[in-house]
Design a binder for this molecule. Sequence first.
Ligand code: GLU
Length: 487
Amino acid sequence: MKKIITRFAPSPTGYIHIGNVRSAIYPYLVAKQANGTFILRIEDTDQARYVDGATTLIEDTLTWLGLDWDEGADKGGSDGPYYQTERKAIYLEWAKKLMAIGRAYADPTDSETIEKYRNEDNLKKVPYLYRNHRPVTTTEWQPGIPIRFKSDPKPRDWHDEVMGDLHAGPEVQDDIILIKKDGLPTYNFAHIIDDYLMKCTYIMRGVEYLPSTPNYLAIYEALGIEMPKIVSLPHILRPDGRKKLGKRDGAKSVTEYREDGILPEAMLNYLACLGWNDGTEQEIYTMAELIEKFDISKIQTSGARYDETKLLWMNGQWIRKIFAEQGIDELYSRTKNFWPESAANYPIEYRKQVLSIIYDRLKVLSDLKSMTDYFFVDPKINLDLIINNKFLKNFSESELASLLSTSIQALSSIESSDWDANHLQETLNQLLADTDKKPAELFSLIRLALSFAPFSPALNLTLNVLGRDTSLSRLNALRAAILNDGE
Ligand code: GLU
């Protein structure tokens, strides 16, 4: 059996759309499940779109997601180089082979003339096809002159692993450019040569390349080489399902999601399932499970709707899964850049305690900033939050102050050595009974005194982590502010 070789062939344009990453995940999975080779090839022939540093960003992103390539950019391999700009001579040699057999030609026609052809065809209402304007005289090729393919329009049939058996008429086949004026190849030509020389067995790419496939088939035929299996990946659609998801549709780049604190496991899981499922109800997949279960035949043919809410949900699931299976140390190691600045003044152990009581409410790790602030600095007292709280608004200031006094008394009766979640819960239960207040009333008051935040973890856990001194001093501070206010 042929060794399975797949590739991810991004263009280094600086922006990593989620669709780009999905085009990396699928070939990675296919290669890994067959003990094959996954290649990273950098398609940097479009100098106008080239962005400095973009290749590093691509490599970082792949590494972050755990998609290690076996051969390719910065790793080498037997069929390199893996940057297309370093393969210029190879493409020229192949274009010359096509010229030698009469299937390509040097074309000195300038761009104004080409524009004129286009306009004329438009006016005549005939489809613009360059082959109808193919120069009658031949030109000797020299650097600076583009090389075009000499098309052989005819009906073509091929098989796509996702879309099935496909057919195209001759009308779409044209004399496409193989080598540009700047000496670099077009994507249309370069990928064919590279996939052949790199012995790729699958081409997995977005369905947007489907309309050009008849032109590619003609080149394969002219070169007498076999086309790899084509796997056209469905479009990723906007949430409303009406259009292809674009940069402007609210979806962030993968880099932005990473900066927000989406875990790589969640990103991988979400994108792998965007247009693929194994036919079961399973939604959470580890990399190992994806490698085991991924199946090209289950890639869907229709567009897949992008759903950020689902991504966030999945991230929450992964945060919990990592905590449950790998523990707080592992989860903590993921949170390094996401704490509020003030957290730096506290020991790691304290931050881990905070994380362990808050993690199950996190959607993205960057939520840590707003959700944990009060563990590191005394919150600003905001009496409006108390007065307008739906459970507290019917209490007078003196009632509130006296409830706080009772709470302070009860809590300060706990010795420092006994200040733990269990003792605190007992004391809070007793307080409820003694004050005859509802939990929502009493606990909202204490919670706000401690955090002035819209959400905090279970009260006994919050008190426990904040510690005896801080908790009591915040309760006292609120009591004093209320009394002051009332004077
Ligand atoms: N460089 C192309 C892109 O980024 C790759 C398409 C392919 O995988 O062949 O869209």
